[in-house]
Design a protein around this ligand. Sequence first.
Ligand code: FPP
Length: 243
Amino acid sequence: MYEELKKAKLPVHVAIIMDGNGRWASARKRPRLAGHNAGMKAMTEIVRAASDMGIKYLTVYAFSTENWKRSVEEVGGIFDLLVKYVAKELQELKDNNVRVRVLGDYSVIPEAARKSLELTLAETEANTGMQFNIALNYGSRAEIVRAVNALIREREESGFRAQITEEMISKHLYTGRENGNIPDPDLIIRTSGEERISNFLLWQCAYSEFAFTDTLWPDFTPEMLKDIILEYGKRDRRFGGRK
Ligand code: FPP
């Protein structure tokens, strides 16, 4: 199925804003959670496909720091889905040599979900295939503030007075040292027709390519991912240079 990708220029890191679960459910007159459930299924397919395609890093925006504003039922339901996802998919993630990591402060999520995540992180720790990053309770401005505070603390403790560099900031983000220094995303995809970044990877997206599709997340398929990657491969990335 991914034969065409053999000759294509693959992005090393693909990040996805999985948007449109709620609208998918309303269109079917079903509760919002039915949309998230369908969204989880789509995510499962995309993780498998990205790993098969040879993508090295896949990051998904599963829950933002702003998502706490939703109803208790919806928030609780999303975290229950996480528990369900781990119970169903952990073995396959292991079989496919996928390493799972979390971007964001997951210490505050409901206990059952936190335990499932911790199990997943531990059980996939030694895997050397695709790194699957789940952004959970993640917000990029908070991430940058956290990095700056960590740098200030480090300087106070060490008496080190050198200039702050971009590398030093990058290292202290969730995508930095603590999660294996994830390269910046080459490609950011957002589904459901919305064209904004919504506090996702603000520092890291400096030179990312963007792809938007009207498809609602639960309807997003591996075939669509493949087409976006093929289109990405044709783009001319100059990183500010002229070439
Ligand atoms: C955006 O759709 C989606 C979310 C806020 C949640 C994403 C969650 C999943 C894909 C499933 C859960 C998986 C894990 C690992 C937790 P929306 O609700 O904003 O859709 P709308 O804009 O149409 O209302």
